[in-house]
Design a protein around this ligand. Structure first.
Ligand SMILES: C[S@@+](CC[C@H](N)C(=O)[O-])C[C@H]1O[C@@H](n2cnc3c(N)ncnc32)[C@H](O)[C@@H]1O
Length: 270
């Protein structure tokens, strides 16, 4: 099946307008990831498929499109310096400001992919708050792809995926569920609320966050899209709250709202 230039441009525009993701130079990726599916489903052309997607932007075909076109690469212990920073600086601050105010910790993993990031955050939280009772450490994890969210909710990983985790975490937070397969224990899974959310949309979540992890997702967005997203996120962080972005990313020239504490670690100025 041939992906014509107008069909390619049509898909690129649709994905950019709706999800912010730039695919202008990803012709091979689009064709490679969609062709088999379209043939299997009996589509005669990419044009016919994209028409179907546009007819129902929240339907099955639109979901399929975003599920195949997003890049969901992630792994345990990625950019672990952020978790150290969380433990060393951010959680003591939250403990201090929230002790008399409901003991509520509000953290959002805003492009959580298959769950490695929010589960790692949750393990850090459980360790940190284990000695002090009564803290609500439930966190929010969102992604646009329902496929990765389902995987994250199940919390099942291969032995080689969990290999980088410290032994005491493996013992405490995972259990074997099959050959070379491990699952995050219920006590951890129930502390993460997984939701589909498009970062292009208005943020619907009630209450302000103490910390937002927005790591390795803005690389797909253009400057204007990033700026608007950061403005929206800024409005949903408490004064003094933190933002972590990917260590290879920078928001310095895009917004002056956040104070840069060190590369990839930002704070909402009071
Ligand atoms: C490379 S992963 C990053 C995972 C994790 N934060 C990390 O740093 O390892 C990027 C994730 O962003 C998600 N994503 C891309 N565009 C999005 C959008 N418009 N709204 C929400 N999530 C999006 C993708 O589905 C993908 O799972």
């Amino acid at each position: 099946m041939q992906l014509s230039e107008p069909e390619f441009q049509h898909i690129v525009k649709y994905v950019k307008d709706r999800y912010g993701i730039e695919l202008g130079r990803k012709r091979v990726l689009i064709a490679g990831r969609l062709e088999n599916y379209l043939l299997r489903e009996g589509y005669e052309s990419y044009g016919q498929y994209i028409e179907e997607v546009e007819k129902n932007p929240t339907g099955k075909e639109a979901g399929k499109l975003i599920n195949v076109l997003t890049t969901n690469h992630t792994y345990f212990m990625r950019e672990f310096e952020h978790m150290d920073y969380l433990k060393r600086v951010v959680l003591p601050w939250i403990m201090n400001v929230q002790r008399g105010k409901g003991r509520d910790v509000r953290i959002w993993s805003a492009a959580s992919s298959t769950g490695e990031e929010p589960y790692t955050i949750q393990m850090v939280l459980q360790d940190f708050f284990s000695l002090d009772e009564g803290w609500d450490t439930q966190i929010l994890a969102t992604d646009i792809s329902t496929r990765v969210l389902q995987k994250a909710k199940n919390g099942v990983y291969l032995e080689e995926q969990i290999r980088p985790l410290p032994e005491n975490w493996k013992r405490r937070y995972l259990h074997e569920v099959g050959q070379e397969q491990y699952q995050m224990k219920e006590e951890l899974r129930e502390k993460i609320v997984f939701r589909q959310f498009n970062l292009m949309d208005e943020i619907p979540f009630r209450g302000l966050f103490h910390v937002v992890f927005l790591r390795n997702v803005m690389i797909y967005f253009d400057e204007e899209t990033k700026r608007k997203l950061l403005d929206r996120i800024y409005e949903h962080i408490v004064a003094g709250g933190y933002l972590f972005i990917g260590t290879t990313e920078s928001i310095g020239e895009i917004t002056s709202h956040f104070q840069c504490l060190q590369p990839s670690v930002y704070r909402k100025v009071k």
